[in-house]
Design a protein around this ligand. Structure first.
Ligand code: ADP
Ligand code: ZN
Length: 518
């Protein structure tokens, strides 16, 4: 048996070894057992059903959520000489009839279908006539309401077991938290599934979190380091994607934009040009990625904080699939975290808001973590580990503390002197003794705190203020244009009763920021 598996692997795919986890899952499928496969993106999930499909007598039906993905996979399988085909709404009636004709003649080994199609009664009927050897449910987390990408179409897949009690079902996903896993097993009615859980570590990806100061300049500095390498920049909204795309284009980058507001043709074209290295960069919303199977993506930048660790992991996981070193850089503004939390709280459905908040809090904790990023990620996915990785910003450049009492006192008393009625940038201008019109008009150049923070740069102060917010000494009042207000915890510091340890800000190197301005 193992010989046959190896020779088939070599013959069709050209690989000499299975990756960890694959052999056991394949063996389970060959023996007719259900299975649950949790493997990170790029881990080689498809092989788990593609290889048994070649050896089993009848067709293997693969349920896959995205049409574009389907055609891609089928094209590349056919190119390897594997009898694969797909049925979805892009086919004409005649084409569907033709696929069924070939199915009846046992000429198709792998059939890709969209979930809504699979569950049409007529379709099920015809499938049972031709015989099915295996069902593979790709992106199986879409069946779970606890997952981050629930698709109502997937719910109906629970019926598969009723219609085909004898046919083994393989559920595959890269989404990992234990509650979702359990839900997938239940929703799909898996019977004593063989369970395979692989490590989520992607050692070649370097995780870095940067504080957001001047995000566009920070991004350009990064892009210059990554000269001519392929990369993706994720933003939180379509509007931001469009803006950033224009800005980068104006700077002369070979960039494409991708979001759900664009036409199918535009999206397909951008994806294709990126794949063929005609575009270096894609600026995108979360809509971009599921079908991207480009091995040489060297970096993924998060211009905004994702909503969940799952999303972050999947998006960064698109980098470095070839195993060569890759970068995952995230820009974080603590104010975005606060804003996101208030949006989530405003959600009407309280139960849903709670789940969303928990997931978001884990993401925020990753961003704010002072310990190895990889440990935070792996522990989140239930892979306990205590050994720092040596390949993240924290491991490579551990945060340094310093006695920030005096700086904190200056900042807090300045907030007080300006009447707790101004935002961060204004307070910093006063601290730094700026000559700006508004300050002069308001007579704030006469304040005792005017110019007492001259020796320190704007971004440095920004980071100090953010830390004071983090410590609960200052608050940005979102009901009043984010003006800074003092909180009770500020009092002992102002009175000199408490020494305050702060982290040395990690600034953007001044040189690159200036280069970026040119
Ligand atoms: P996933 O669906 O888990 O994200 P894929 O199935 O797309 O990952 O596989 C990722 C890459 O790994 C593909 O290019 C695939 O050909 C390759 N791959 C899969 N199995 C093996 C193997 N045993 N040896 C070498 N490469 C493999
Ligand atoms: Zn680390």
């Amino acid at each position: 048996m193992t010989d046959l598996l190896h020779s088939t692997l070599k013959q069709y795919f050209g690989y000499s070894e299975f990756r960890s986890g694959q052999t056991e899952v394949i063996a389970a499928a060959m023996q007719g057992q259900d299975s649950f496969v949790l493997m990170p993106t790029g881990g080689g999930k498809s092989m788990c059903y593609q290889l048994p499909a070649l050896l089993l007598p009848y067709v293997t039906v693969v349920v896959s959520p995205l049409m574009s993905l389907m055609k891609d996979q089928v094209d590349s399988l056919q190119a390897m000489g594997i009898a694969a085909d797909f049925i979805n709404s892009s086919l004409s009636r005649d084409q569907v009839v033709d696929v069924f004709r070939r199915l009846r003649q046992q000429q198709i080994k792998l059939l890709y279908v969209a979930p809504e199609r699979l569950l049409q009664p007529q379709f099920l009927e015809r499938l049972s006539e031709v015989g099915v050897s295996l069902f593979a449910i790709d992106e199986a987390h879409c069946v779970s309401q606890w997952g981050h990408d629930f698709r109502p179409d997937y719910i109906a897949l629970a019926q598969l077991k009723q219609h085909f009690p004898q046919v083994p079902l393989m559920a595959l996903t890269a989404t990992a938290d234990p509650a979702t896993q359990q839900d997938i097993r239940q929703q799909l009615r898996l019977v004593q599934p063989y369970t395979s859980i692989s490590s989520f570590d992607r050692p070649n990806i370097r995780y870095t979190v940067q504080e957001k100061f001047r995000p566009f300049e920070q991004l350009v500095a990064l892009l210059k380091q990554q000269e001519n390498q392929s990369g993706i920049v994720y933003c939180s909204s379509r509007k931001k994607v469009d803006e950033l795309y224009q800005q980068l284009k104006n700077k002369g980058f070979a960039v494409g934009a991708y979001h759900a507001g664009l036409t199918n043709e535009d999206r397909a074209r951008v994806q294709d040009e990126f794949k063929r290295d005609h575009l270096q960069l894609i600026v995108a919303t979360v809509a971009f990625g599921m079908g991207v199977n480009k091995p040489n993506i060297r970096f993924v930048v998060h211009f905004d904080l994702p909503r969940t660790i799952e999303a972050y992991y999947q998006e960064t996981g698109r980098a470095g699939r070839d195993g060569v070193a890759a970068e995952a850089v995230m820009l974080v503004d603590p104010a975005d975290i606060a804003r996101m939390r208030s949006w989530i709280q405003a959600e009407e459905n309280q139960a849903r808001a709670e789940v969303t908040m928990q997931r978001f809090n884990a993401m925020a904790a990753f961003a704010e973590s002072q310990t190895c990023r990889r440990l935070v990620l792996l522990n989140y996915f239930g892979e306990a580990s205590q050994k720092p990785c040596g390949n993240c910003d924290i491991c490579l450049d551990p945060p340094k503390g310093f006695d920030g009492t005096v700086l904190a006192q200056k900042a807090l008393s300045c907030v007080y002197r300006v009447g707790q009625s101004f935002g961060m940038h204004h307070v910093i201008d006063v601290l730094r003794g700026s000559q700006n019109q508004r300050i002069l008009e308001l007579g704030q150049d006469k304040l005792s705190t005017y110019g007492i923070g001259k020796e320190i740069g704007h971004d440095y102060w920004l980071s100090i203020l953010r830390q004071l917010i983090h410590y609960g000494m200052l608050q940005q009042d979102i009901t009043q244009h984010s003006v800074l207000k003092l909180l009770p915890a500020a009092r002992p510091v102002l009175r000199g009763e408490l020494a305050l340890q702060l982290a040395v800000p990690r600034l953007v190197p001044a040189k690159t920021a200036k280069q970026a301005k040119e």
